[in-house]
Design a protein around this ligand. Structure first.
Ligand code: ADP
Ligand code: MG
Length: 568
């Protein structure tokens, strides 16, 4: 390992040289308080900035082990340090030449607290992974500026963001305890047979569809209806009361604009932990909850959708249903069946994004279009079987039709953003105004058929690049020559998740898609590897921009790959 003075001298030496000469600075440098490791050097000032790490020994970082003693605390501390590093780096980062010259950045985080590889804590100390735009004017190295960035700015960032004495102790404590509490709440759902919990006082609405921070001014805090109120225990925060949604079928209804979708969206996000001050810290959901929606236009590869769709025109198979261009109802059926294939235990459906003909079929329509001319078995006739036969609960937002009153275990009305339980009224109304509907669901839910992807149909290569995957923002992956559109996969909440999903697809294809393993088996193995060995199994050099994702979202990416072909 070289001394930091040598890096200093080298960078000044490089001043005025051609950009490629930067390649020579790869390596490790001992600074007084840490080691700087330059892993990958960019080829030009416009290319993806260079990847670097700092490793700060525990003796210098000085975090007490109680701050990272449990898995959820460790994730929280790493999250906190990433945010801290990011905000200090922003003050140092400036435009110092051409392209990305002067940039110093770490993964940028939103409201969710996820395990990620931007900051790691191991037996030796704390490691932060970030990128640096090595500075140049045109293609001429700006050696003096590079020296300032690496030998002055980075030590300052380390000093101000990765050492306990420089940080706000109360804030850190709050953050790690808060995340540990959220995790504990989520874990306590199972024993209480709940699928979701929304704490009293939670702030559910967001500033906008594009801004995930809490709505500031006129947000009305959540208040549970007495009949659904439960009290859960948190390791740090003590008891907390809120609305517990039990297993089974839950209907959320109410007038337009009264907060139904906002509640459901918060429930969907409850599979993740949220940063302190988000308003959803104590909104937690069964981790295997999947938001379902119609997604016309998506491709489908051999999914068995017979529980919902049968007898298509032209005798098309629905046991192995494939299409380049799904309709609203077939896409929703496939989204459900694929979620079940991947192991979902709770489904969330919002009328705003559901196909109407998939959701309901009333008596009049049953009279005019007989069952043998309607391929769709509506969700209303399957939702109870789904619970009874497969143990899968559903939470459904439905303001426009009362047909679900019969099949719901409980009914929650949203009024002025507040829930009220109206199960008894709804059941009474169902008795008073019978719909006369005929049940079309048959005897049982039907089969979930795991598919085996054909490895040759999953090809990330592109021309002379053996592998080419790239995530754009958080809704699109370039996989070889194809684009995978994930805009409708609502539980991908972070660009780091998408990058990790893209890399995991390549990894899973290389290691586990052998033409024999089923999709659930492939998901199990790939995710177990990442859990055991860390995100570094996904990349050929240490990088810091991956975030934890769930098996459902990895499956969703594979399922939306247009070239995918399967056997059974
Ligand atoms: P619905 O699905 O019932 O039509 P939405 O959930 O879409 O209603 O909410 C309508 C609007 O009300 C949204 O702009 C949302 O941000 C806002 N809103 C939702 N819940 C609250 C709340 N608790 N406090 C303040 N505004 C809210
Ligand atoms: Mg709505």
């Amino acid at each position: 390992m070289l001394n930091h003075n040598e890096l200093y001298a080298r960078l000044l030496d490089l001043d005025g040289g051609g950009y490629k000469a930067y390649k020579g600075i790869r390596g490790s440098y001992q600074f007084p308080n840490f080691v700087l490791i330059i892993d990958r050097v960019q080829g030009d000032p416009f290319a993806a900035p260079s990847s670097m790490r700092v490793r700060v020994p525990h003796a210098v970082a000085q975090f007490s082990s109680q701050l990272y003693g449990s898995p959820s605390r460790e994730i929280a501390l790493r999250d906190y340090l990433t945010r801290q590093f990011g905000s200090v780096a922003r003050t140092k980062s400036s435009h110092r030449g051409t392209g990305k010259s002067g940039k110093i950045a770490i993964a940028s985080l939103g409201q969710t607290v996820l395990a990620r590889n931007s900051v790691l804590i191991d037996g030796e100390g704390v490691e932060a992974r970030f990128v640096v735009g090595l500075p140049a004017r045109g293609r001429r190295i700006l050696g003096r500026q590079a020296m300032e960035m690496l030998c002055e700015d980075i030590p300052e960032i380390v000093e101000e963001s990765l050492r306990y004495p420089a940080l706000n102790a109360d804030e850190i404590q709050q953050h790690v305890e808060g995340v540990e509490d959220s995790e504990a709440l989520r874990q306590s759902l199972v024993e209480r047979k709940l699928v979701a919990f929304i704490a009293d006082g939670a702030i559910l609405p967001r500033r906008s569809g594009a801004d995930d921070r809490p709505l500031e001014d006129c947000a009305i805090a959540f208040c549970s209806p007495p009949s659904l109120r439960v009290e859960l225990e948190r390791p740090n925060g003590g008891k907390i009361s809120g609305m517990g949604i039990p297993e089974g079928i839950t209907l959320i209804l109410g007038g337009g604009y009264h907060g139904k979708s906002t509640l459901l969206r918060a429930i969907a996000r409850g599979v993740y932990n949220h940063a302190w001050g988000d308003g959803r810290e104590a909104v937690v959901t069964d981790p295997s909850t999947v938001k379902i929606r119609a997604e016309d236009g998506r491709s489908i590869a051999g999914t068995n959708i017979t529980p919902f769709i049968n007898h298509l025109p032209q005798n098309r198979s629905t046991q192995r249903f494939s299409t380049e261009n799904a309709s609203g109802s077939t896409s929703q059926a496939a989204n459900i069946m694929e979620a079940l294939e991947a192991g979902a235990s709770v489904l969330l459906v919002d009328e705003d994004t559901a196909a109407t003909n998939f959701t309901i079929r009333d008596r009049r329509m049953q009279e005019l279009i007989s069952k043998d001319k309607e391929p769709i078995t509506p969700f209303i006739d399957k939702v109870r079987q789904l619970y009874r036969d497969c143990g899968v609960s559903t939470i459904l937002v439905m303001g426009g039709s009362g047909d679900y009153f019969e099949v719901a275990d409980r009914v929650i009305a949203m009024e002025n953003y507040q829930p009220r339980e109206v199960t008894a009224e709804a059941k009474e109304i169902a008795r008073k105004y019978a719909t006369g509907r005929l049940s079309e669901g048959g005897e049982e839910f039907g089969e979930i058929t795991p598919r085996v992807p054909l490895p040759e149909s999953v090809d990330p290569s592109r021309g002379r690049h053996s592998v080419k995957v790239k995530a754009r923002d958080r809704d699109e992956v370039f996989f070889g020559t194809q684009e995978i559109d994930l805009a409708a996969v609502e539980q991908i909440v972070d660009a780091g998740q998408l990058r990790a999903i893209a890399a995991a697809l390549v990894y899973a294809k290389g290691k586990y898609m052998d033409g024999k393993r089923t999709i659930p088996e492939i998901l199990d193995r790939a995710i177990a590897d990442i859990e055991e060995e860390g995100f570094d199994v996904l990349s050929d050099f240490p990088q810091g921009n991956f975030a934890q994702f769930r098996r459902f979202e990895l499956a969703a990416a594979l399922n939306r790959l247009r070239s995918l072909r399967v056997k059974f």
